[in-house]
Design a protein around this ligand. Structure first.
Ligand SMILES: Nc1nc2c(ncn2[C@@H]2O[C@H](COP(=O)(O)OP(=O)(O)OP(=O)(O)O)[C@@H](O)[C@H]2O)c(=O)[nH]1
Ligand SMILES: [Mg+2]
Length: 386
C-alpha cells in the first residue's frame, strides 16, 4: 500500500519489477489525482482517492475527479479526521478486492505500507490503513511501514535559506513526530528512508526517482530475496531465503513498541561489457564481498547511521552461480562482517541469473537509538514552544 505522494511513488518503483505482481497486490491511496496519474505500475482500479467529503473513492468510480479534490496541505490531522469519520471504508475496499480476486482473506498475512512522514496525506492515513487491514485479515498479521523522513538541511543551514522553505521543513518535522507516534501503535516495524541522505540540490529539485528506485531494490532484496527471481515456471532457483517470518522477527518491536530498521544495498557487475558479449569466463570481474558489505553499510537509508547501535541485522546476498562456486562470495563472511557490529545476525543467499552480485542489509534499532528521530523531535519541540 502506498499512502500519499512519496508512498505511492516508492510502491510504483517496487512494482516496476517483474514477478512482484505474482506475489503481492499494489494499492495506492492519495488525495491528489495528479500524483496518482503519474503512477506507471499501479492500475487505476487500484487507486483510492481520499476525499474530505466522500471518504475513500475508488479510482474507477464515476466522478472520481470531482470528488477527490486535492491534498491535505501538510496537515495530517485533517486526513486523520477523514479516516476516522469513514472508519470501516478500508475494510470495504479490501472486501471488494478479495471478492474480485476470488482470494481468501485468511491468506492475508503481510502488509507493507509506504508513506512520507512529512506530508499531510500519507502521514495521516497510514495508521488507519494499518489498523483496518489488521482488523480485516482473518490471520495473525505482520505489518511493516516504510516511512520517509524529511530532510532538514535548511534548518541547520542557519538562516540563509528563505523563511517559507525553513518553515515548511519545521512543519514536516512536526508531522513526522505526529506520524511516528500514531504509526508505532499499529505496526510491527518501521523501515526508515531518510531524505537527509539526498544531496541538497536533489532534495530541493524534488528529484526522488533515483532514490526511490534504490529503496525499492533494497526493499525487494530484503523482503523477497530470491523470490523476486522466481517465476511460476522457474521454481528451482537455488537459494536459502531469509523467510519473511524470520525477517519480521529480526526487525520487529518488543510487543509494545515498533522496531525501527534501515536498508542498504551494495551491488557490482560480475562481468565487464565484454563478458556480456562473449561466452565463457572472458570478462568476469572479481567480486570483493567485503566491498559489497561495506557499500551496503555506507549506503544505509539513514543519516548518521551507526551499525554499532543496531540490535540485529539481516542480510541477503545474491550472485551468479560461479561466484558461489569459486568462493568469490560466501555466506560465512557475510556473517563474520556483520557480526562485528551486532551479535544478532541472520543471512540468506541466492543464485541469480543476472550478471550482478549484491549484498543487501537491514539493521534494526530501538527508537531511542535513532539519532535522526531525536533531532527531528528537537526541531518539532522548539517550534512548538516558540
Ligand atoms: N524519498 C521520497 N520522498 C518524497 C517523495 N515525494 C515526496 N517526498 C517527501 O515525502 C514527504 C511527504 O510528502 P508527500 O508524500 O508529498 O506528502 P503527502 O502524503 O502526499 O501529503 P500532502 O501534504 O497532502 O500532499 C516530504 O518530506 C517530501 O519531501 C518521493 O517520491 N520519494
Ligand atoms: Mg500529496
Amino acid at each position: 500500500m502506498g499512502a500519499g505522494q512519496a508512498g505511492t511513488q516508492i510502491v510504483d518503483q517496487v512494482f516496476a519489477h517483474d514477478n512482484i505482481d505474482l506475489r503481492a497486490e499494489a494499492l495506492a491511496f492519495n488525495s491528489t489525482i495528479q500524483d496518482l496519474e503519474r503512477l506507471n505500475n499501479i492500475p487505476q482500479e487500484r487507486w483510492y482517492g481520499v476525499s474530505r467529503n466522500q471518504g475513500l473513492v475508488s479510482g474507477t468510480a464515476r466522478g472520481f475527479e470531482e470528488q477527490v479534490t486535492g491534498g491535505f496541505g501538510q496537515t495530517p490531522s485533517a486526513s486523520d479526521q477523514v479516516m476516522k469519520r469513514n472508519e470501516g471504508e478500508v475494510q470495504r475496499v479490501l472486501d471488494e478486492l478479495y471478492l474480485e480476486m476470488e482470494a481468501d482473506p485468511s491468506t492475508l498475512q503481510y502488509a507493507f505500507i509506504f508513506l512520507g512522514l512529512g506530508g499531510g496525506t500519507g502521514c495521516g492515513i497510514a495508521p488507519h490503513l494499518a489498523r483496518e487491514i489488521r482488523a480485516y485479515s482473518q490471520s495473525e498479521m505482520d505489518i511493516i511501514a516504510v516511512a520517509v523522513l524529511p530532510n532538514t538541511k535548511l534548518i541547520e543551514g542557519g538562516g540563509s535559506a528563505d523563511d517559507d522553505a525553513v518553515d515548511q521543513q519545521i512543519t514536516q518535522c512536526e508531522n513526522t513526530v505526529y506520524g511516528l507516534d500514531n504509526l508505532e501503535e499499529e505496526v510491527e516495524s518501521i523501515m526508515l528512508v531518510d531524505n537527509q541522505r539526498l544531496a541538497l540540490d536533489v532534495a530541493e529539485g524534488n528529484e526522488y526517482s533515483e532514490y526511490n528506485r534504490y529503496v525499492a531494490d533494497a526493499f525487494l532484496d530484503i523482503v523477497l530475496g530470491a523470490e523476486r527471481e522466481r517465476t511460476d515456471v522457474d521454481l528451482d532457483v537455488q537459494m536459502q531465503d531469509v523467510d519473511l517470518q524470520d525477517l519480521v522477527r529480526f526487525i520487529d518491536g518488543d510487543g509494545f513498541q515498533a522496531g525501527y530498521a534501515t536498508l542498504g544495498r551494495g551491488v557490482r557487475q560480475t562481468e565487464s561489457l565484454l563478458g556480456y558479449l562473449l561466452p565463457g569466463k572472458i570478462g568476469r570481474q572479481p567480486i570483493r564481498e567485503t566491498g559489497l558489505i561495506a557499500d551496503s553499510i555506507d549506503k544505509q537509508t539513514l543519516d548518521g547511521f551507526s551499525p554499532n547501535d543496531a540490535t540485529s541485522a539481516v542480510a541477503v546476498a545474491q550472485a551468479p552461480g560461479w561466484c558461489w562456486d569459486e568462493k568469490e562470495i560466501s555466506l560465512g563472511s557475510v556473517y563474520d562482517e556483520l557480526g562485528y557490529y551486532c551479535a544478532n545476525v541472520n543471512a540468506g543467499w541466492a543464485v541469480t541469473n543476472r550478471k550482478l552480485a549484491s549484498v543487501t542489509t537491514a539493521f534494526r534499532f530501538d527508537r531511542e537509538d535513532v539519532g535522526r528521530i531525536a533531532e527531528i523531535e528537537r526541531i518539532a519541540a522548539q517550534e512548538g514552544s516558540s
